[in-house]
Write a protein that binds this ligand. Structure first.
Ligand SMILES: Nc1nc2c(ncn2[C@@H]2O[C@H](COP(=O)(O)OP(=O)(O)OP(=O)(O)O)[C@@H](O)[C@H]2O)c(=O)[nH]1
Ligand SMILES: [Mg+2]
Length: 434
């Protein structure tokens, strides 16, 4: 068998050369990334029993052309909306609409999606809806809605195909992208990161991943001094049950062990629940530290003034969920004082990315100085919380990894955070392979 190599800046260009020279019946033996482009090897006198399995040229070219075809469909659809035409969306769904619907179902049910064949509807099956000029049928709103849905689905399809092309163009960058997405990082941050870290197409997977980890290590911000040494007034904020009181108790105990009880005071703004005050009072009693509660008779401002002699004041706040109207009151309370209060959002590593993002957005206006990551011992993967702190450039002060007071807390540092992240990624990939 005789073979011939073709080279192009990308697979489409290389394949066009193949077609010009060998025609539609050319047989492609391999297609791989090389320096500055793509190399395609074709059989000139293919006799049908060659390994690896050859692919028909026409199929390969069709795939490369799909991106262009999709882009044209998008432009057409946009123009049709702009011209105000009405559309016959038809009674029965076409293959493309079916794909859009199945995608929606798929996002509701992972299990369902797992059972689906990868390509439910091929792009070639899609025929755009016919334009109807007499204006009968669906109302304009419904038409626009239908078209928006179609455009969105076309966008998604285009994106998916671009990803498939990325996979061929730069496999190690594609692997990094997939890993970060699977770890809970949001696409918006991954795109930002991959602009900063240029991964050349010939880079091997291990080197590409190491480049990313090194970059993430330099992107994670941490505090270099412990609260218990720096002193000042520190408040912890966050939804209920995230570990605010437990973490403050750990820090209080560490302070007392290192500096004695005199320089420390504990304050709680949680006047909503007696149990909250009792919890902190118990800690105060054990440690020999005074505990104050903020209520209608004791303003935060006055309380902090009376504690001016203390080197460290730790403020515990009520755990309020993001839609609780008292959250704003509490945030305003901290903002209303003359004292400089450093505010740290407590984020449990066990929460989902969406919940963490909502929490951050609800508390962002409190003027956050950073965060404390809790429950690392219970989390399967710290990717979701790490993705958020990186995306929002939120400095991490402490990590907590258990319920024991005072042991299970440590000052955060980028090396240990990234080491934990790498372990989580490796473990979840091992589990997937099982
Ligand atoms: N496993 C584990 N549990 C923790 C950690 N930190 C706190 N917890 C537990 O989480 C639960 C809630 O902790 P709290 O400190 O009471 O939470 P909170 O944020 O003060 O809650 P509210 O006062 O209701 O807002 C308790 O059972 C703690 O023991 C941690 O790092 N790891
Ligand atoms: Mg509490």
């Amino acid at each position: 068998m005789r073979v011939k190599r073709f080279f192009g800046a990308d697979s489409r260009q290389a394949m066009r050369q193949v077609r010009d020279e060998l025609g539609d019946d050319a047989v492609i033996l391999s297609n791989k990334n090389v320096d500055n482009g793509v190399e395609i090897v074709c059989a000139l006198d293919y006799d049908g029993d060659v390994k690896p399995t050859p692919r028909k040229f026409a199929d390969a070219l069709k795939k490369a052309d799909q991106g262009d075809a999709l882009q044209r469909e998008l432009d057409d659809a946009r123009q049709r909306i702009m011209s105000g035409a009405t559309f016959d969306t038809g009674g029965s769904e076409n293959a493309f609409q079916k794909k859009a619907r199945i995608r929606q179902l798929g996002s509701l049910s992972e299990g369902y999606r797992a059972d689906m064949p990868k390509q439910v509807a091929r792009f070639e099956d899609y025929s755009p809806p016919a334009v109807r000029s007499n204006g009968n049928g669906l109302g304009n709103d419904q038409v626009v809605q239908t078209l928006q849905l179609e455009i969105q689905s076309l966008h998604n399809l285009l994106k998916e195909q671009m990803r498939e092309q990325d996979e061929i163009r730069n496999p190690s960058e594609a692997l990094v992208r997939r890993r970060l997405l699977a770890s809970g990082f949001r696409e918006v941050y991954i795109n930002r990161l991959l602009k900063l870290v240029k991964i050349a197409p010939e880079t091997d997977n291990k080197t590409a991943w190491q480049l990313i980890i090194d970059r993430l290590k330099s992107e994670v911000q941490t505090l270099d001094e412990e609260f218990i040494d720096k002193g000042g007034v520190v408040a912890v904020l966050g939804p209920t049950g995230v570990g605010k009181t437990t973490t403050l108790s750990k820090l209080a105990a560490r302070y007392v062990l290192k500096h004695g009880a005199d320089g420390l005071a504990l304050v709680t703004t949680d006047c909503y629940r007696i149990a909250a005050y009792e919890q902190l009072r118990t800690v105060g009693r054990i440690l020999g530290v005074s505990v104050r509660v903020i209520d209608e008779n004791n303003s935060l401002d006055m309380t902090l003034k009376s504690l001016r002699g203390k080197s460290l004041v730790l403020i515990d706040t009520a755990g309020l969920n993001v839609r609780d109207p008292n959250l704003k009151i509490q945030v305003n309370l901290l903002a209303s004082t003359q004292a400089r209060i450093r505010r740290f959002l407590v984020l449990p590593a066990t929460s989902q990315a969406r919940v963490l993002l909502d929490t951050y957005e609800a508390y962002r206006d409190a003027g956050l100085n950073g965060c404390i990551l809790t429950k690392l011992d219970e989390a399967m993967h710290i990717g979701e919380v790490l993705g958020l702190v990186l995306e929002k450039r939120l400095p991490v002060s402490y990590l907590t990894n258990g319920q024991k007071i005072p042991d299970d807390v440590q000052l955060a540092n980028p090396t240990s955070i990234l080491a934990r992240f790498v372990r989580d990624v490796e473990r979840s990939e091992e589990i997937k392979e099982l």
